[in-house]
Design a binder for this molecule. Structure first.
Ligand SMILES: Nc1nc2c(ncn2[C@@H]2O[C@H](COP(=O)(O)OP(=O)(O)O)[C@@H](O)[C@H]2O)c(=O)[nH]1
Ligand SMILES: [Mg+2]
Length: 256
C-alpha cells in the first residue's frame, strides 16, 4: 500500500509492505476497454482475493480511465500508466513496480483480451506450490491453438517455437506463451532492468533466463482462443525481432 503524507510543502510516499498480497496478475493493456468488464468478472469468479496490476499504455479508447474507476471501488485492482512502448516494456514496468512496491509472493502474466481463459488460473495457482514457473502451454498434450487459424499463422507460431528450441536448446513446448506464473522470489530486479526484447521474444528471453537458472518449470495445457473484441497489437516488427535477435539472447545469458 502507498500512502502520501504531506508535511509542510513536502510530500512523502510511504510504502507499506502488503503482507496480504499473494497472487498478483500483471496485465498490459492498449485499447482493451471492451474486454475489461468480462475479464474482471471472470478473474474474480475464480479467485475473489486475487490482485491485478494493469499497465496501460495511455490507450486512446479510454481503457486507463475505465480501469481507474474500477480501482476506486476495489482495492485489489491497481493501475499504472505510461506511453505505449511495446509489450516487453510494459511488463518490465509492471514487474519492477510489483517487486519494489507491492511484494506479491507470485506474479502471473496474462493478456487482457481473454485469449488466456481465467479458468486456468486455478491450475497455475495449484502448481505454484511445487514449481517456480508454471507456463500455460498451447503445445503440450491437452493444449490447443484455434482451429480456424490460417496456415501461415499456425506455421509462424509452431515454427517459431521449434526454432527457439533448436537455437536455445530449451525443452519447453511453448516458449512464447504470454500466460504464466512466476514465483516472485526468482524474478531478480537486476535481470528485469536488462531485458531488451519487446514482442514475442520477450517471453522467450525471460523463459531462457529461468531455464539457465535451473528453476523448476512446468507446462500445463491451455486452449488458447482468439480475441473476440479489439485488435492484436503485435506486429511484423515483433516477428522480425524474434528471428533476428534470438541468437543474441543465447550469448547474453551464456554465463548465467
Ligand atoms: N501497455 C501496453 N500494452 C500492450 C502493448 N502492446 C500490447 N499490449 C497488451 O498486451 C496484451 C497482448 O497483446 P495482443 O495484442 O493481444 O497480442 P497477441 O495476443 O499476440 O495478438 C494485450 O492485453 C494488449 O492490450 C503496449 O505497447 N503497451
Ligand atoms: Mg492477444
Amino acid at each position: 500500500m502507498i500512502i502520501n503524507i504531506f508535511i509542510g510543502q513536502k510530500c512523502y510516499n510511504i510504502v507499506i509492505k502488503n503482507a496480504d498480497m499473494e497472487y498478483l496478475i500483471i496485465i498490459p493493456t492498449y485499447n482493451e476497454r471492451e474486454n475489461i468488464d468480462n475479464l474482471l468478472k471472470k478473474i474474480f469468479q475464480i479467485k475473489k482475493d486475487i490482485h491485478i496490476l494493469f499497465v496501460d499504455g495511455l490507450s486512446p479508447d479510454g481503457t486507463g480511465e475505465y480501469i481507474r474507476d474500477f480501482s476506486k471501488k476495489n482495492k485489489n485492482i491497481l493501475l499504472i500508466t505510461g506511453r505505449k512502448k511495446g509489450l516487453g516494456e510494459a511488463y518490465k514496468k509492471g514487474f519492477l513496480y510489483a517487486k519494489n512496491k507491492l511484494h506479491p509472493k507470485y506474479i502471473i502474466q496474462m493478456d487482457a483480451d481473454l485469449s488466456h481463459n481465467p479458468k486456468y488460473l486455478k491450475e497455475l495457482i495449484k502448481e505454484s506450490k511445487d514449481y517456480d514457473i508454471v507456463i500455460g502451454s498451447r503445445y503440450v498434450k491437452g493444449g490447443s491453438i484455434p482451429d480456424d487459424w490460417g496456415y501461415i499463422r499456425k506455421m509462424n507460431s509452431k515454427f517459431g517455437n521449434d526454432f527457439t528450441r533448436f537455437i536455445l536448446k530449451m525443452p519447453y513446448k511453448d516458449c512464447t506463451s504470454g500466460f504464466k506464473l512466476i514465483n516472485s522470489k526468482v524474478l531478480d530486479t537486476n535481470f528485469v532492468r536488462k531485458i531488451n526484447s519487446n514482442g514475442y521474444l520477450f517471453q522467450v528471453e525471460i523463459l531462457y533466463y529461468f531455464y539457465k537458472k535451473n528453476l523448476k518449470i512446468k507446462e500445463i495445457p491451455i486452449n488458447f482462443t482468439d480475441r473476440i473484441k479489439g485488435k492484436s497489437k503485435l506486429s511484423v516488427n515483433d516477428i522480425l525481432e524474434y528471428f533476428t535477435k534470438i541468437n543474441k539472447i543465447k550469448n547474453k545469458y551464456k554465463d548465467v
